[in-house]
Design a protein around this ligand. Structure first.
Ligand code: ATP
Length: 368
């Protein structure tokens, strides 16, 4: 059982019908959310959807306009930030420039009056955990971006918070370092057993690090699930489109049993997809098909869903290529294929006439 599937497990954090207004603007609307101990939970969504506001309410920098926030079953809305077992790591890291790495990490412990021996042990543990052994005496300006990020992490974990909030923690790092650091972050989260809540607008990052992802839109949660569920079974076109690459084909449905036939273009054969949804006759719906679920071939395949088109554009990514294929209906479909040595750099080239095909279980039927 994952904690969120275990009916006996009590959530560490509960948002109960939380609304946050700034003047008459509603930033968060009637939100309910449970986060469990030891989760690595990601808040994902476009700029302005309310991720930071949600996080700031957890930290205690903002109070909800209405509703409750519980931590370990107790309402913390009236608890000031420094009295919460919560720490926040900012994107800017906010390290003290005049203090060494060691002193930066020790800062919070000293301020709360921990004894010398405790501070020594705890800082040493954090330095080991974040692999900063060689840098303990340096000042922040003598460190690389990645090392500074680790100091900020060590400092925010030093007081052993129950909950660590990470606001775009890897935003300042370049792509390669960012990817390496994602794995480090996961490792540290697992070793300390601290609950992490991360805010990011990088969907790949959220998918990589998180046990569960909450996708937000205009102050609401639109889907909360594990990364693979969000990718494989998005709840709406919005989610499908936000996470990864996808083709969306709109049409009108007719249903027989668990199969949907979608009329999607004049003169074209209907597309077939499996679904568990119950649709009305002629209901507008959408097929979401990931590019990698589409087979691209030179010869006409023997499948129900097959469309012929012409290659308009090719994105070469080394291991795969993404083809933009223009159909006679005007639709442009994205299909990706693995590049193999045998066929050289790519399997197909511009203006090639190709067939696109997919099975009826490869497409997701969405109602909105
Ligand atoms: P980003 O990814 O750009 O940081 P976000 O999803 O974190 O965006 P929030 O910072 O939570 O978004 O903001 C949500 C909405 O609330 C935005 O429209 C923002 O303008 C508004 N907002 C946030 N803080 C305030 C404030 N103090 N006063 C008025 N409006 C605010």
């Amino acid at each position: 059982f994952a904690p969120w599937e275990d009916p006996g497990e009590k959530p560490l954090i509960q948002f109960r019908n939380v609304t946050k207004k700034f003047g008459d603007f509603t930033a968060i609307a009637n939100l309910d959310l449970d986060i469990f101990a030891r989760e690595f939970f990601a808040l994902l969504g476009p700029s302005g959807c309310g991720k930071t506001t949600l996080m700031r309410m957890l930290a205690g920098f903002e109070a909800p306009t209405s509703g409750q926030i519980l931590l370990g079953g107790e309402d913390i809305v009236a608890t000031p930030p420094n009295k919460r077992p919560v720490n926040m790591m900012f994107q800017s890291y906010a390290l003290f420039p005049h203090l060494s790495v060691w002193e930066n990490i020790a800062f919070g412990l000293k301020r709360e009056g921990a004894d010398k021996a405790t501070i020594e042990t705890r800082v040493a543990d954090m330095i080991r955990l974040t692999r900063l052994d060689k840098f303990a005496r340096r000042k922040p300006h003598q460190l690389s971006g990645g090392q500074r990020q680790r100091v900020a992490l060590a400092r925010s974990l030093a007081k052993a918070p129950k909950l660590l909030l990470l606001d775009e923690p890897l935003g300042a790092l370049d792509k390669k370092l960012r990817e390496e650091t994602q794995f480090e972050l996961m490792d540290i989260q697992e070793k300390t057993g601290t609950t992490f809540v991360i805010v990011t607008h990088d969907q790949e990052e959220a998918m990589t690090v998180a046990s569960r992802v909450a996708v937000m839109d205009e102050g609401k949660l639109v889907q909360v699930a594990t990364p693979d569920r969000i990718y494989e079974t998005p709840s709406s076109v919005y989610v499908a489109d936000f996470i990864g690459d996808v083709n969306i084909i709109e049409g009108r449905a007719s249903q027989t049993g668990d199969k949907v036939l979608l009329d999607w273009a004049e003169g074209a054969s209907p597309l077939v997809a499996s679904t568990t949804a119950l649709l009305q006759k002629d209901q507008t719906c959408f097929l979401a098909i990931r590019p990698e679920k589409i087979t691209i071939s030179a010869e006409e395949p023997d499948t129900a869903n097959r469309l012929q088109g012409e290659i308009l554009d090719i994105g070469y990514l080394g291991n795969i290529s993404t083809y933009h294929v223009k159909l006679p209906t005007g639709h442009v479909i994205k299909a990706s294929a693995t590049n193999t040595r045998r066929i050289g750099r790519r399997a197909f080239t511009w203006e090639d006439k190709v067939w696109l095909s997919w099975t009826d279980t490869a497409a997701i039927v969405l109602e909105r």
